[in-house]
Design a protein around this ligand. Structure first.
Ligand code: ADP
Length: 167
């Protein structure tokens, strides 16, 4: 079975990576798909997020990385994927994820949503938390893959330089 792991991944964290690493144990192939979400203002452009994910999943031969604008179920059908893989951290994720799974089921009966519970060390971790910590110069190397930590540092040092030059 082929699984799609859709998300914003802005940026990918060790929590996402943990779900991907466990997903490849269960499925023939996992396609990590960066979905364009018009209601979110991302820090990194889609192409950069795809590049970040490709780099940190290099060691996983069963992983492909892609991006898509549109409905996740349409993407799944296009790629003959039977499963949408999602991660669950805390109870508040559950409500939103269940609603999404039911909605997707009404759109495509043949596509199943499979939830993997996060490893407990990542249950507090989100892309937003990482961005918040990075913005104020805190340590993020235990939260994201090294290439992403470097991109966040570069992003914030560029912004700092801009602030210094404009003041
Ligand atoms: P979305 O905007 O679709 O929620 P995210 O990039 O925030 O995209 O998350 C993609 C998927 O990964 C979601 O199913 C989310 O619950 C899951 N996820 C996010 N952070 C973690 C984590 N720390 N551990 C496990 N799963 C996670």
């Amino acid at each position: 079975m082929i699984a799609i792991y859709p998300g914003s991944f802005d940026p990918i964290t060790l929590g996402h990576l943990d779900i991907i690493e466990r997903g490849v144990l269960l499925f023939e192939k996992v396609i990590v798909t960066v979905m364009y979400n018009p209601s979110k203002k991302p820090l990194f452009p889609v192409e950069k997020r795809v590049e970040q994910i490709k780099e940190c999943t290099q060691h996983l031969s069963k992983v492909e990385v892609d991006s898509y604008t549109g409905l996740t179920v349409d993407y799944a059908k296009l790629h003959n994927a039977q499963v949408l893989l999602r991660g669950l951290r805390v109870l508040s994720d559950f409500e939103k994820e269940l609603q999404m799974a039911h909605t997707n089921k009404t759109l495509a009966k043949e596509v199943q949503t499979v939830f993997l519970a996060t490893s407990k060390e990542y249950s507090f971790l989100s892309s937003s938390t990482v961005k918040e910590i990075a913005r104020f110069g805190g340590s993020i190397s235990h939260l994201v893959p090294e290439n992403v930590a470097q991109d966040l540092r570069d992003h914030h040092s560029r912004n700092m330089t801009k602030v210094i030059h404009s003041s």
